[in-house]
Design a protein around this ligand. Structure first.
Ligand SMILES: [Zn+2]
Length: 496
C-alpha cells in the first residue's frame, strides 16, 4: 500500500532545552551523543504517530486496519532507509466486535452503552435476555449471598473508579477470580460496571481468551451504578444484550521487523520492540502508537547518521499483543535457532510517560549494564532499575526463553485513564511530545549501549527459568494474564 507512504510533511518544533549529555570521551559515546541530538531535533516521530492513529486508527489484529498498519510500517521503515520485512504467524482465532448494545428493563427501562470484552461470545439476532442480579464486587461472599440466583443470570459486578496503573493491575487480577466464580455458578454472562468516569467505554481483557464461552461486557458507569441502586432498592430488572461479533478460524497475521546489521558481531542481536496492534474503541495512541513511532524514529536516525552498531539491532513491531502476546511468542518460536545469540530484548508499552528506569526481569547481572547504557543520558534521569520479572507485554516470551529482557518503567502520565478506552487518541500523545522525544533518546541509549558493550551474561537454561518462576511472583502474574497454562503445558518457554 504505497500510497500510505506518501505522507504530508508536518512541521513540528517543540523547543527542547539543551540536554545534559555527558562529555563524549570516545567514538562510541560520541555516536550516542549524535543519536540523541538527532532524536531531540525535529523528526517525523509525531507525523508517524498521527498517521498510525488518526489515519489508520484502531487496528485490532485480524482487522483490515491492522493490515493497513503492517503496510504502513513496512513503507515507513523503507522511507527511513531501514531494511524491514513482515514475518507471518498464525493467530488462533479471529475476534472483532461489530456492534454492542444493551437495554435494562423490568420495573424500570433504560438503554445502557456497553463494550464487548475481548473473546466475548456473540448473541443471537434476538439478543440474549436474562435477569440482572447484583454481584457486589464479585467476591466469594457476594456469590455465596447470591446462591442459586446467579444461575442463568447476568451478574453485574461493581468496580472502583480507576485511579491509575496499579488499579489496572488490580482489575486484571480480580477479573480472573471473578470470572472463575461466576462461571462455576452457571451465570449467563458478566456485566462489569465501567471503572472509568464520564461513561468512558473500554475493552477490558477477559481472563480466558479464546476459550471463553460467555457474553462478557463492560457497561458505562452511570447506567451500571443506576442499575445497582435499583437492584439494591428491590427492583426486578433484566438485561437484553445484543453483541454482533466477527469470529472465525485461525488466520495469518504479521510482525514487522526492521533491521540494522551489526558491523562487528552481526550474528548477535539486540531486540527493541513495541506492539503495532491496538484495540479499536480508541485509536491506540498511548497503547501503543506512540512507541511504535518512537522505535521507527530511532532506526531512522541511526541510518540517517550512518551509525554502525557492533551487534545487529532488530526493531520489532509486534502484532497480536492485545490478544495474548501472540506475535512475540511466535517470533521466539520461529527464531529459536538464534535465541542463544539474542543479547537482550526490550519492550516499550506504557504510552508517553517519562521512562524512570527499566524492569530488568529478575536478572541482577543485567542491572549494571542498563546503568552503563543510560550513563550518556543521565541528564534525563534519575533512573532506577527494578529487578523483577514483568508479565503483560512482549518481553514475556523472551523472558520465558531465558533471554535478558527489559520493560521500560514509565510514569503513568495519562496512560491509566485512557487505557484501551475510546479516549486513547492522538491528542493524548500530542500533549506529551516533548517527553516522547526524551524517551526516544533514553531508549536509543539503552539499545545502542547493549548493541555495543561487552556482555557477561548468557541465555538462561530451562532450570534457571524455572528457578525464576519459583522464586518470584511470576506464576501469579501469568495466571492473571491468562498465560500460565501455556507455560505449564510446555507450549511457551524454553524447552527442557
Ligand atoms: Zn500495549
Amino acid at each position: 500500500m504505497r500510497s500510505l507512504c506518501r505522507l504530508a510533511r508536518t512541521v513540528l518544533l517543540a523547543s527542547l532545552p539543551a540536554l545534559l549529555l555527558s562529555a563524549p570521551s570516545g567514538a562510541q559515546e560520541s555516536d550516542i551523543a549524535r543519536l540523541v541530538t538527532a532524536l531531540l531535533s525535529e523528526t517525523a516521530v509525531v507525523r508517524d504517530a498521527q498517521w498510525l492513529t488518526d489515519r489508520i486508527g484502531g487496528r485490532p489484529t485480524g482487522s483490515a486496519a491492522n493490515l493497513d498498519a503492517v503496510a504502513w510500517a513496512l513503507c515507513t521503515f523503507e522511507e527511513a532507509g531501514v531494511a524491514a520485512s513482515r514475518e507471518a504467524f498464525t493467530m488462533p482465532a479471529r475476534w472483532l466486535e461489530q456492534s454492542a448494545s444493551a437495554r435494562v428493563h423490568g420495573d424500570v427501562e433504560f438503554p445502557a452503552r456497553v463494550a464487548a470484552m475481548p473473546f466475548s461470545i456473540a448473541t443471537p439476532a434476538a439478543g440474549i435476555t436474562a435477569r440482572l442480579v447484583d454481584g457486589g464486587r464479585g467476591s466469594p461472599a457476594d456469590f455465596e449471598r447470591l446462591g442459586t440466583a446467579a444461575q442463568g443470570a447476568f451478574v453485574l459486578v461493581a468496580t472502583d473508579e480507576l485511579a491509575d496503573i496499579p488499579g489496572l493491575f488490580q482489575e486484571y487480577t480480580q477479573a480472573t477470580a471473578i470470572e472463575a466464580r461466576a462461571f462455576e455458578r452457571g451465570v449467563t454472562g458478566i456485566i462489569y460496571m465501567g471503572s472509568r468516569p464520564n461513561n468512558l467505554l473500554y475493552r477490558h481483557n477477559a481472563s480466558r481468551g479464546p476459550a471463553n464461552r460467555h457474553p462478557l461486557v463492560v457497561m458505562e458507569r452511570d447506567a451500571a451504578t443506576r442499575a445497582v441502586r435499583l437492584l439494591r432498592a428491590g427492583a426486578t430488572l433484566s438485561v437484553t444484550l445484543h453483541l454482533t461479533i466477527e469470529t472465525g478460524a485461525p488466520y495469518e497475521s504479521f510482525n514487522v521487523i526492521g533491521e540494522i546489521a551489526g558491523s562487528a558481531q552481526p550474528e548477535e542481536i539486540v531486540v527493541i520492540g513495541a506492539h503495532l496492534d491496538s484495540w479499536d474503541i480508541g485509536t491506540g495512541a498511548l497503547d501503543n502508537g506512540a512507541n511504535v513511532a518512537m522505535l521507527i524514529d530511532i532506526a531512522r536516525q541511526i541510518r540517517r547518521l550512518g551509525l554502525q552498531p557492533r551487534r545487529t539491532i532488530r526493531f520489532a513491531l509486534w502484532n497480536g499483543e492485545e490478544q495474548g502476546l501472540v506475535g512475540s511468542w511466535k517470533y521466539v518460536e520461529q527464531h529459536r535457532a538464534e535465541l542463544d545469540r539474542v543479547v537482550m530484548a526490550s519492550s516499550y508499552d506504557i504510552g508517553t510517560g517519562r521512562i524512570a528506569g527499566f524492569f530488568t526481569g529478575g536478572r541482577p547481572e543485567i542491572v549494571g549494564a542498563v546503568d552503563r547504557a543510560l550513563a550518556p543520558v543521565a541528564g534525563l534521569g534519575p533512573f532506577q532499575q527494578i529487578d523483577v520479572p514483568i508479565v503483560g507485554t512482549d518481553n514475556f516470551d523472551f523472558m520465558m526463553e531465558g533471554i535478558a529482557n527489559l520493560v521500560a518503567n514509565q510514569e503513568s502520565a495519562n496512560y491509566g485513564p485512557n487505557y484501551h478506552a475510546r479516549s486513547d487518541t492522538f491528542d493524548k500523545v500530542k500533549v506529551d511530545v516533548r517527553q516522547l522525544k526524551l524517551n526516544a533518546a533514553i531508549a536509543a541509549a539503552v539499545t545502542w549501549g547493549f548493541a555495543n558493550m561487552d556482555v557477561t551474561w548468557q541465555r538462561q537454561t530451562r532450570e534457571e527459568v524455572e528457578r525464576l518462576v519459583a522464586s518470584t511472583d511470576l506464576e501469579a502474574q501469568m495466571r492473571s494474564l491468562g498465560v500460565w497454562q501455556d507455560w505449564a503445558a510446555g507450549r511457551r518457554g524454553r524447552q527442557p
